[in-house]
Design a binder for this molecule. Structure first.
Ligand code: SAH
Ligand code: SF4
Ligand code: F3S
Length: 464
C-alpha cells in the first residue's frame, strides 16, 4: 500500500492567507467543523480540525463567526444525507453576509457523483468538496480555492494511506485511532465500499507509535477503528493480523482500556477472542453486527455467514469471557424480508441476548444492489417490525443489566450528564452507561461505582 506524507508547503501557503487575514482583522480566521456519521467520521473530523489549526485557523463552535466551514457528511442512510444538505442550505445566509466565507463539504456523501452534481448545481455558496480518500489534501484544495477564487468539485479517488496528518482531538482522555480505511465487503445494502474505497491497513509500527503516545499523554480509553477490523493486515506477507496488533497494543504499559470497532462475523477469529480473553487492557465489549437473523436475508445481504456461524463465534466468546458484553446492529425491512424472516431475527435476539442493539430501518442507497431488488418493504410494515424489535430488545437488555445491582464496577467518568442535572455519567469496560450523583469526580478519571439500580439502557449507582 502506498503511503504518503502530508505536504508542509500547502500548509504554509494557506497559513500566509491566515496571517494576511490577521493583519487586516486583528485576529486569525476561524474554522467551524460539523460532523455527521460514525466514529470514523469523528476521527476524520479531528484531522480536518488538526489541519485547519496548522493552516492558521482558530477552531470555533459557532458557524456565524467562521471564515471556513467544513461539513463532514455521512451517506449511510437517506436521513443522514438530507440532514447534511439541509444544514448546508442554512449556511447560504452566512455566505450572503460574508462573501469571503469558504464552505467545504467533505466526507462520504460527496464521494457520490449525483451528490457532487447536486452540490455544484444547487448550492452555489459551497466552494469545494473533499472525499474521504483525499481528506489529507484539504490544504491543497483550500489553497486553490483561496488563490484562484474558483469553486472546486473534482473528486480524485486515491487509494493511499496518509501518515503525519495533524490531529486535534476532541477529548483528552478518550481517543479514536483509525487502523485501516475503506471496505471490500460490498454488503448489498451498504454505500460504504463505494464512498470509502478499497480496504487498506496502516503499518503496525505507525499504529503502535500512535497508541503509545496517547497512553503516555494520559488517554484512558482508546478505540481502534475500521469498517472491518478483522481484515486488518490482509495481504501482508508476514501474516501479521488484527489479533497480533491487538496483542502488541495490549502489551503497552499503563492504565487504559483498549476497544475496537467493527468486527464482521465472517472474519471474527478465535485467535482474536483468545487475545481478548488473555488481555490486560482490552475492554469486555464486542460489537458484532448481525444485520438479520434469517439465513435467506443474510445471503441476499451478501454477509457471507449464517446463523450457525454467528452463534459459533458468539458461544466461543462467552465461553472464554462469561462477562463479555455483546452489542449488535440489525436492519429491518430489507427487500424481500418476509414475516418468517423477521421472526427469525426475533428468535436470534432471544438466543444471542445482546446487551445493546442498534436497529435501523432499511434505507435504499443509490448504486447498491439492494436498492434495485424486488419486493421493497412498505414503510408501515418496516415501522411495525422496528417497534417490535425495540420492545423485544428492551426486556433483554434490562435482564442483562439487573445482575449489576449490588456490584462495584470501575467507570471512566465523562463529566456532567447531558440529561440529568446534578448527575455525572461514564462508561465501564462493557461500555454500559453509568449515572451517579455529582460528587466532584473529574472527567477522564476512573471511579469505583456501586450499582443500585438497572434500566434497559443504563446503570445507576454511587461512588464508593
Ligand atoms: N462496517 C460496519 C458498519 C458500518 S455502517 C459493519 O459491517 O458492521 C453501520 C450500520 O449501519 C450497519 O451495521 C448497518 O446495520 C447499518 N446500515 C448500513 N447500510 C444501511 C442501509 N442502507 N439502511 C439501513 N441501515 C444501514
Ligand atoms: Fe458496509 Fe458491509 Fe463494509 Fe460494513 S462490512 S461497511 S456493512 S459493506
Ligand atoms: Fe456514514 Fe461514512 Fe461512517 S457513510 S456511517 S460516515 S463510513
Amino acid at each position: 500500500m502506498s503511503q504518503v506524507q502530508v505536504s508542509s508547503e500547502s500548509f504554509a501557503a494557506v497559513r500566509r492567507y491566515s496571517e494576511a487575514f490577521c493583519r487586516e482583522h486583528g485576529e486569525y480566521p476561524r474554522c467551524f467543523v460539523l460532523t455527521f456519521g460514525c466514529q470514523q467520521n469523528v476521527a476524520d473530523s479531528e484531522k480536518l480540525s488538526g489541519m485547519a489549526e496548522q493552516m492558521g485557523y482558530v477552531l470555533t463552535e459557532n458557524p456565524e463567526e467562521a471564515s471556513l466551514i467544513l461539513v463532514n457528511t455521512c451517506a449511510i442512510r437517506e436521513h443522514a444525507e438530507t440532514k447534511a444538505l439541509s444544514i448546508v442550505g442554512q449556511y447560504k445566509h452566512l455566505k450572503e453576509k460574508n462573501p469571503e466565507l469558504v464552505i467545504g463539504v467533505c466526507g462520504c456523501m460527496v464521494a457520490q457523483e449525483h451528490r457532487r452534481e447536486q452540490l455544484k448545481r444547487s448550492y452555489p455558496y459551497v466552494s469545494f468538496i473533499l472525499g474521504t480518500s483525499v481528506l489529507h489534501r484539504l490544504p491543497e484544495r483550500l489553497l486553490r480555492v483561496l488563490s484562484e477564487r474558483k469553486r472546486r468539485f473534482e473528486n480524485a479517488e486515491e487509494c493511499v494511506i496518509a501518515e503525519g496528518v495533524p490531529i486535534t482531538r476532541e477529548s483528552d482522555y478518550r481517543a479514536w485511532v483509525s487502523i485501516m480505511y475503506g471496505c471490500n465487503n460490498f454488503c448489498s445494502y451498504c454505500i460504504v465500499p463505494y464512498v470509502r474505497g478499497r480496504e487498506r491497513s496502516r503499518e503496525p509500527a505507525d499504529v503502535i507509535a500512535e497508541v503509545k503516545d496517547l497512553v503516555a499523554r494520559g488517554y484512558k480509553d482508546i478505540t481502534l477503528l475500521g469498517q472491518n477490523v478483522n481484515s486488518y493486515g490482509k495481504g501482508r506477507e508476514d501474516g501479521y493480523d488484527f489479533a497480533d496488533l491487538l496483542a502488541d497494543l495490549d502489551a503497552i504499559e499503563g492504565d487504559f482500556l483498549l476497544r475496537f470497532m467493527t468486527s464482521h462475523p465472517k472474519d471474527a477469529s478465535k485467535k482474536l477472542i483468545d487475545v481478548m480473553a488473555n488481555g490486560k487492557h482490552i475492554a469486555r465489549h464486542f460489537h458484532l453486527p448481525l444485520q438479520s437473523g434469517s439465513n435467506d436475508v443474510l445471503l441476499r445481504m451478501n454477509r457471507r455467514y449464517d446463523r450457525a456461524r454467528y452463534l459459533e463465534i458468539l458461544d466461543y466468546m462467552r465461553e472464554k469471557m462469561p462477562d463479555i458484553a455483546v452489542t449488535s446492529d440489525i436492519i429491518v425491512g430489507f427487500p424481500g424480508e418476509s414475516d418468517a424472516d423477521f421472526e427469525d431475527t426475533l428468535s436470534m435476539l432471544s438466543r444471542a441476548r445482546f446487551d445493546m442493539l442498534f436497529s435501523f430501518i432499511y434505507s435504499p442507497r443509490k448504486g447498491t444492489p439492494a436498492a434495485v431488488m424486488e419486493d421493497q418493504i412498505p414503510r408501515a410494515v418496516q415501522n411495525a417490525r422496528f417497534d417490535r424489535l425495540l420492545a423485544a430488545q428492551e426486556s433483554i437488555a434490562l435482564s442483562l443489566n439487573e445482575p449489576f445491582v449490588g456490584k462495584r464496577i470501575r467507570v471512566l467518568c465523562d463529566g456532567p450528564s447531558k440529561t440529568d442535572a446534578g448527575m455525572l455519567s461514564g462508561r465501564n469496560s462493557e461500555n454500559k452507561i453509568v449515572f451517579f450523583p455529582d460528587d466532584g469526580s473529574k472527567q477522564g478519571e476512573f471511579v469505583e461505582i456501586e450499582i443500585d439500580r438497572a434500566a434497559p439502557f443504563a446503570l445507576y449507582g454511587k461512588r464508593v
